[in-house]
Design a binder for this molecule. Structure first.
Ligand code: RB5
Length: 142
């Protein structure tokens, strides 16, 4: 599985550590930046990841910023992208099971790195439930 990942400066440390974690688990990882601790604008990194998910260049994505909201709002402008925020493992499971999120968004300034890894592991290993949830997803595009 090929996973795209991006962050702004607020998510850089967790992104760097998550890349090592994912590579160690055998995933292919495409890093869309940022790779600098300098203050930057989250859309500059969210849009390349969103385009890659939209075009099928990666199978799914992980995005991190301070609150997670900037990344999620930006990513969800991309056709076919369902970016969902998680700050705990129950939400990380449900965002896949119910919403089939193809991008997991993490609020780096509000969770520990340990929790970030737990959310990623849970989201990657949970299956979409389909059924009534597919019907609801089909109604999302406007
Ligand atoms: C950066 O200070 C912060 O605004 C950003 O990481 C994110 O929280 C925006 O939604």
């Amino acid at each position: 599985m090929k996973i795209g990942i991006c962050s702004d400066h607020a998510g850089l440390e967790y992104k760097t550590r998550l890349i090592s974690y994912l590579l160690g688990k055998g995933y292919e990882v495409v890093n869309f930046g940022t790779d600098s601790p300098e203050s930057c604008d989250y859309p500059d990194f969210a849009h390349p990841l969103g385009s890659a998910v939209e075009n099928g260049e990666v199978d799914c994505g992980i995005a991190l910023c301070g609150t997670g909201n900037g990344m999620a709002i930006t990513l969800n402008h991309h056709k076919g992208v369902r970016a969902g925020l998680a700050w705990g493992t129950s939400i990380a499971a449900l965002v896949k099971e119910h919403n089939n999120a193809n991008v997991l968004v993490l609020p780096a300034r509000f969770i520990s790195y340990r929790m970030a890894v737990s959310c990623v592991r849970t989201w990657l290993t949970t299956s979409f439930a389909g059924g009534r949830h597919q019907r609801r997803i089909d109604k999302i595009p406007c």
